[in-house]
Design a protein around this ligand. Structure first.
Ligand SMILES: [Mg+2]
Length: 259
């Protein structure tokens, strides 16, 4: 079992945070949660958002929120700032994307024919690298059907992971942990081989690679819903769920960040 958040020690140079079910509470960002992230930034601890959501979400967050970088599409597209300019780093070569997209739409048609109710997420239109099948946002597939979708996609040679709302799938050559290592090197000017100075907080199955990669990995309490299915589990757990859990994490990081 994971340790309580109170046992987490600094130093912590930056906080990497998931969005859905971690930054959001019942689908929305509460004002107090947003304020908590601002306090962290003001205290000199940069915030990096890490999500399965589309590239366009990253562009929006980079434009209107004080975040250092945003990893979107589970590592498919990472947004960084170069001076005043926003730029994108792709998890697969950009010139290979049209061919990947063609093959992914073919695969989606096969999945939709076999799993009743499986449809592309409404945000799939705004994705550059991956696509998502909605299982629990506007759709209501059972977890078993969602797992079936994941298995079919992996069998076809694509990457697939299940978040609290979607099954994201895409070319097999990228992941969000690698994207975070790039952010550490390029944006935070740190050593990408040593993640011990950074913390990650998340809530779902698609965060498992991050729980495995960050020694200071934290689950907000709602992660317990998937506990037995997590291939890597968070080292620490907050007491509260969703945004309240993230606020708890921020309070603690503010205390221990400087070691
Ligand atoms: Mg999440």
């Amino acid at each position: 079992m994971a340790l309580p958040l109170a046992d987490l020690r600094g130093p912590i140079r930056a906080l990497f945070s998931d969005i859905d079910g971690t930054l959001t509470t019942a689908g929305r960002i509460e004002a107090s949660t947003y304020t908590a992230l601002e306090r962290l930034g003001d205290a000199g601890v940069p915030v990096v958002l890490v999500t399965g959501r589309p590239a366009g979400w990253g562009q929006a967050f980079m434009s209107v929120a004080g975040v250092a970088a945003v990893v979107t599409e589970n590592g498919g597209v990472t947004w960084v700032r170069e001076g005043k300019r926003l730029s994108r780093l792709y998890g697969v070569p950009a010139n290979s994307l049209p061919e990947w997209r063609r093959r992914m739409l073919e695969l989606y048609a096969e999945v939709a024919a076999k799993v009743p109710g499986a449809r592309l997420s409404t945000d799939s239109k705004y994705r550059e690298v991956d696509l998502a099948i909605d299982w629990n946002e506007e759709a209501s597939l059972s977890p078993a059907d969602a797992d079936n979708v994941v298995a079919m996609i992996r069998k076809a040679g694509f990457t697939a992971s299940r978040s609290s709302v979607h099954v994201n799938f895409g070319p097999p050559h990228f992941d969000k942990l690698s994207a975070c290592v790039t952010v550490i090197r390029q944006v935070l000017k740190g050593d990408g081989n040593d993640l011990d100075g950074y913390a990650f907080v998340g809530d779902a199955l698609n965060d498992a690679p991050m729980f495995g990669g960050f020694p200071k990995s934290i689950g907000v309490a709602n992660v317990r819903a998937w506990w037995d299915e997590l291939s890597f589990k968070p080292a620490y757990l907050s007491e509260a769920a969703e945004g309240a859990g993230l606020r708890e994490v921020v309070e603690h990081v503010l205390k221990v960040a400087k070691g």
